[in-house]
Design a protein around this ligand. Structure first.
Ligand SMILES: Nc1ncnc2c1ncn2[C@@H]1O[C@H](COP(=O)(O)OP(=O)(O)O)[C@@H](O)[C@H]1O
Ligand SMILES: [Mg+2]
Length: 333
């Protein structure tokens, strides 16, 4: 299709002076120009076609990739569903294990407390024996002093009630804690826990200081679990002070804006800085085998967290000071 410029020029030279041939040359030039234009047009069209083809190929590729991605997405979503179910299952498992752990630790606590409780029961039983002995003496002597008899039997009965209370308390504590929450008077929990230790503290000459908030703060929770927290902290405080000259344990409750703080602190050496991060870990213990399980604080942590509270070590204290914060009943969700 191409008509070269050289050919046009040659023809033009040969026919110079000839009008019609000049016209022909002119016409040829115009024609040639048109041809060039058309060629350019065709070329442009061809380029466009090629570009179009390219775009279409790209589109096909994109489509293919999209459908691959869609398929991958469906896969991932399936996986995700499986993973979520797995996580849910694991969580439940963990919760069950945690409950088992709490239960085991409770039994261990009961074990540790048994000596103390034996002493605690010893008192009322001795007293009951004395009062009944008195009454028997009166009977043997045939002195029917009904006033004295009534008084002594009355006292014996009180002592029976006291012994029963101690045993009942241990029994409730030993039972698996129910899940539900109820309003709990935090001071009462402190009193109950401390009373289980009173004999141990007395025998070891540990001075116990109680500073309870006057307003009697209440939280929403599980009394048995909360008592477990106190018992574990008291256990550790006792371990920290035995053998020292100064043996003081202080337990206090403080009412805050929307929470109550419970502090358990002792005059012991405190927790070394490098161990602070680890003491709440399960099975972490610095005590000799048979002395500590390393479970106490991890259970404390789990229970407090379950109550939407927090527990931490207050570093400003000289000895160890554990601070537990729980939302007040009115603020709890
Ligand atoms: N009051 C405390 N004073 C000093 N160290 C403590 C105190 N309470 C806990 N600890 C440290 O934290 C560790 C973990 O405590 P815990 O979980 O109760 O386990 P265990 O009492 O069986 O060792 C203890 O071994 C001890 O090193
Ligand atoms: Mg402990």
């Amino acid at each position: 299709m191409t008509v070269s410029n050289a050919a046009v020029a040659t023809r033009g030279e040969h026919n110079l002076g000839d009008e019609s041939s000049r016209e022909a040359v002119e016409e040829l030039r115009t024609l040639h120009k048109r041809v060039e234009e058309l060629e350019a047009h065709v070329l442009f069209g061809e380029q466009r076609r090629r570009a179009m083809l390219h775009i279409m190929m790209d589109l096909t590729e994109t489509n293919r990739r999209l459908s691959d991605q869609r398929r991958a997405m469906i896969h991932i979503m399936g996986d995700l569903r499986d993973t979520t179910e797995e996580i849910r299952r694991r969580e439940q498992e963990l919760r069950d294990k945690q409950e088992q752990l709490v239960q085991t630790a409770k039994l261990a606590t009961i074990g540790e407390l048994t000596t103390g409780v034996a002493h605690e029961l010893n008192d009322p039983l001795n007293n009951i024996g004395l009062y009944i002995g008195n009454v028997l003496d009166l009977m043997v002597l045939e002195t029917w002093d009904s006033e004295r008899i009534e008084r002594d039997l009355g006292r014996a009965k009180q002592q029976v009630a006291k012994a029963t209370e101690i045993i009942n308390h241990l029994r409730t504590f030993g039972r698996a804690a129910p899940r539900q929450r109820e309003p709990v008077e935090i001071n009462r929990i402190i009193d109950d826990s401390v009373s289980l230790f009173s004999e141990q503290f007395r025998l070891r000459e540990v001075e116990l200081v109680l500073e309870l908030a006057e307003q009697d703060p209440r939280v929403l929770g599980n009394p048995i679990q909360l008592e477990q927290v106190l018992l574990n902290l008291l256990n550790n405080a006792r371990d920290a002070v035995v053998g020292l000259d100064e043996k003081t344990i202080r337990v206090s409750s403080r009412l805050g804006q929307d929470q109550v703080q419970v502090l358990v602190e002792d005059s012991g050496p405190g927790v070394p800085k490098e161990l602070e991060e680890r003491i709440f870990d399960p099975f972490f213990t610095t005590k000799e085998a048979g002395q500590g399980t390393g479970l106490g604080l991890s259970i404390v942590y789990a229970i407090v967290k379950d109550h939407e509270g927090q527990i931490y070590l207050d570093r400003t204290a000289e000895g160890a000071r554990f601070v537990m914060e729980l939302p007040l009943e009115s603020k709890a969700v």
